[in-house]
Design a protein around this ligand. Structure first.
Ligand SMILES: [Cu+2]
Length: 154
């Protein structure tokens, strides 16, 4: 009895190792919980805003809530939803968007999109733009968006 207690008490490195393993596996679990695919940034001429499209899968066991996005290339990035009202196309900002466990959320033309506004540096078709998605639980997801011409998305 006394011997076992001694063994436990005298191995602090085991605890540190266990803690590190826990931290590392937590980080990996988060990365696998969210899978983002086909990230594209549709670039319009001049100072017109760009639109971000992708597909985002929630592989975790819980609802995740997308609350925003940011990029170094644009001053403001918002979640938008396109809609049609009285035959007129319009869009509105969406402050938060739930993705249920196991669900796949599509950001696509005529639907949800990221609106990239106030470009800070020049962009050309073929460039990569780093974007970070923010979730309500503090989780962040970094993604690379490929800059494309809007014509390729029609
Ligand atoms: Cu928009």
């Amino acid at each position: 009895m006394a011997n076992r207690f001694m063994n436990n008490a005298t191995t602090p490195s085991t605890w540190i190792c266990a803690l590190l393993t826990l931290l590392l596996s937590c980080g990996m679990a988060q990365a696998q919980d969210l899978v983002l695919k086909d990230a594209k940034l549709s670039l319009l001429p001049g100072d017109m805003p760009g639109a971000g499209y992708f597909s985002l899968q929630n592989r975790s066991a819980e609802t995740l809530t997308l609350v925003g996005a940011e990029s170094d290339v644009f001053k403001n990035t918002e979640i938008h939803m396109s809609m049609e009202k009285d035959g007129m196309a319009s869009m509105q900002a969406v402050p938060a968007l739930d993705i249920a466990a196991g669900d796949n959320l599509e950001f696509a033309p005529k639907g949800y999109h990221l609106m990239f506004m106030n470009r800070l540096t020049p962009l050309a078709v073929g460039d990569d733009v780093e974007v970070i998605l923010h979730f309500s639980d503090g989780q962040q997801l970094a993604a690379t968006f490929e800059v494309v011409s809007p014509a390729t998305l029609l």
